[in-house]
Design a protein around this ligand. Structure first.
Ligand code: SF4
Length: 323
C-alpha cells in the first residue's frame, strides 16, 4: 500500500498519512517530571527540525507535567505509556496530542476501553506500538520465536481490539532491532492495513551503528512508501537523531530545503584541512533552513567552479586563503 492510500491522522495539528509529508519524531531522554529540562530539550529539538516529540510517562507526576511542558513548546507532544492505564488517561487529560501504548501490557479489556474512551473524548490518536522484545508468549510459541508474521499478527490483533471498542484514530508501529525483520514486517503490514505506520529501528546500538542501521532500514522503508513519521533512535543527544533523519529524508528527496554540504573524499592533491573546513561549513549551514542550495567544499580546482553539475557554491582551497 502506498503512503497516499493510508488514513490521515491529525496529531496536534500535524497530519500524517494519506500522502502528507513525512514528519520527524524524536523522543526526549530527560526525566519528564523535570519540566524545565524536558521543555529545554524539546526547544532544542524544535530548532533542529523535529516535528513531533514523544516523552516517557512512567509516573503520575510525569503525566501531570505534560500540561506545563506544553505551555513552553510549539510542536505536538506524544505520551509514551506502559502498564498503567491511569497514566494514559491522565496524559490525555493533561494535553497529550497522541498517546503510545501497547494494549497488551495495559491489562484487561475494561482498562483498554477506559483509555480508548478518553482518547475518543479528546480526539487524541493512539499509536499501537509493537516491539520485537515484548511479543506475546503465544505468538512466540506459534511462530517459534520472534518472526515477521508474529510481529504483524500482534499489531493487527491489538488494532482490532481498539476497533472493536469503536475507535479508529490510530497509528501503528512495529519495531525491531533486526533491520531486515523490520523491513519485511512493514512490507507485510502495509498490505493489510490502511493506518499510517510510524517507522523506526529500535535498540539500534551505538551512535555509529544506530545511524547506519537507521539509514539502511528507514531508507528502504521510506523508499517503499510503507512508513510515515520516523524515529531514529540512537543513544546520546536526540538532536543528533534529527540531523540523521533530515539527511535521510533529504537523500530520498522526501524533504526539500536547507543547505546540503558535500565535500570531496580528499586525495594527494588536497592541500587544506578539508574535513575541518567541511565540518565548519556544515555547522554554519545548519542555520539556513530557509535556503535550498548545495555547498561543495573541494580540496582543489579539479572538480571546481564551472564544471558541469557543480553545486551552487563551491568552496575550494582558495577558501583557506580568505575567500
Ligand atoms: S577535488 Fe581535488 S583534492 Fe578533492 S579528491 Fe578530487 S582531485 Fe582530490
Amino acid at each position: 500500500m502506498s503512503r497516499r492510500d493510508t488514513k490521515k491522522i491529525n496529531i496536534g495539528g500535524r497530519v500524517i498519512g494519506g500522502g502528507s509529508p513525512v514528519l520527524i519524531q524524536s523522543m526526549c531522554n530527560t526525566k519528564t517530571e523535570d519540566i524545565r529540562g524536558t521543555a529545554a530539550q524539546i526547544l532544542r529539538l524544535e530548532q533542529a527540525g523535529c516535528d513531533i516529540i514523544r516523552v516517557a510517562v512512567p509516573t503520575m507526576e510525569a503525566a501531570l507535567a505534560l500540561r506545563e511542558i506544553k505551555k513552553e513548546i510549539h510542536i505536538p507532544l506524544v505520551a509514551d505509556i506502559h502498564f498503567d492505564y491511569r497514566l494514559a488517561i491522565a496524559a490525555i487529560e493533561n494535553g497529550a496530542d497522541k498517546i503510545r501504548i501497547n494494549p497488551g501490557n495495559i491489562g484487561s479489556r475494561e482498562r483498554v476501553k477506559a483509555v480508548v474512551d478518553k482518547a475518543r473524548e479528546y480526539g487524541v490518536p493512539i499509536r499501537v506500538g509493537v516491539n520485537s522484545g515484548s511479543l506475546e508468549k503465544q505468538l512466540l510459541e506459534k511462530y517459534g520465536g520472534v518472526t515477521v508474521e508474529g510481529l504483524v499478527e500482534s499489531a493487527l490483533d491489538k488494532t482490532a481490539l481498539i476497533e472493536e471498542l469503536g475507535y479508529d484514530n490510530l497509528v501503528i508501529s512495529i519495531k525491531s532491532s533486526d533491520v531486515m525483520m523490520c523491513i519485511k514486517a512493514h512490507e507485510m503490514i502495509a498490505e493489510k492495513t490502511s493506518y499510517p505506520l510510524h517507522i523506526g529501528i529500535t535498540e539500534a546500538g551505538t551512535v555509529n551503528a544506530g545511524n547506519i542501521k537507521s539509514s539502511v532500514g528507514l531508507g528502504i522503508m521510506l523508499y517503499q512508501g510503507s512508513g510515515i513519521p520516523s524515529g531514529f533512535p540512537s543513544p546520546g543527544d536526540p538532536v543528533e537523531e534529527i540531523k540523521t533523519a533530515k539527511l535521510i529524508l533529504g537523500a530520498l528527496g522526501l524533504r526539500k530545503g536547507g543547505v546540503e554540504v558535500v565535500s570531496c573524499p580528499t586525495c594527494g592533491r588536497t592541500s587544506i584541512d578539508l574535513i575541518g573546513l567541511a565540518n565548519q561549513v556544515e555547522t554554519m549551514a545548519a542555520e539556513f533552513d530557509d535556503l535550498d542550495i548545495k555547498v561543495a567544499v573541494m580540496g582543489c580546482a579539479v572538480n571546481g567552479p564551472g564544471r558541469p553539475g557543480r553545486p551552487t557554491w563551491v568552496l575550494q582551497a582558495a577558501r583557506a586563503r580568505g575567500f
